[in-house]
Design a protein around this ligand. Sequence first.
Ligand code: ATP
Length: 238
Amino acid sequence: GTGPPVLELRGLRVSYGAIEALKGIDLVVEEGEVVTLLGANGAGKTTTLRAVSGLLRPREGEIRFRGARVDGVPPHEVVGLGIGHAPEGRRVFPGMTVRENLDMGAYRFRRTPREDLDRVLALFPVLAERRGQQAGTLSGGEQQMLAIGRALMGRPGLLLLDEPSMGLAPLIVTQIFDIVREINSQGTTVLLVEQNAAQALRLADRGYVLETGAIVMSAPAAELLHDPRVRAAYLGGT
Ligand code: ATP
């Protein structure tokens, strides 16, 4: 496409008081891509996603969604523009049912659109089986699926995924990565934060490596997968 990127970060700086978590990062996600943001604990990955969602206000720099500035836009309006966020630690509403959690994701529509509900339940059949069950009683993998499903209910053009593999068994992680691939093939652009670099790079088109608040590498995913520095630092040196 010839349009503006789906997401464009320019010189993004974010601080927590005196701690500078992002030291001026540049990052672009084009329409239709899966882009992964890799980095160790504390590198600033979650901070990046929270800034895009409007949960943190940048100290400096620009965030553009399809060309329009969104830095300074409050989180509920960011959702309304078409940015969905499945947060780290799969923060579902534990006392609400699966269906109610999905309804929350669709709150920008007056009523939950049937087609969105059908699409999400088709992607995650286990959620259809458990639609009347309290979210807090789901397994970790099911809660992660619900967190992603809830984000999809807002019909996002850009889906932000924060460590969907965290704490899950390998088989479940593979399932979730397969579903992310399916979501992308249905037309949703994805920015994926991961510590599981190997699987993230196999899924992604391109990747960025973040170290202590700065982008230190950016390349096609296949290149990063074979890069000796990436292999040593993020792929267990294999
Ligand atoms: P993780 O995988 O642990 O989530 P991350 O790459 O997502 O790591 P961030 O959570 O974005 O990293 O944290 C970036 C930096 O900002 C770290 O130094 C962290 O200690 C600091 N930080 C994060 N949240 C806060 C906060 N609420 N208050 C103060 N400092 C924070």
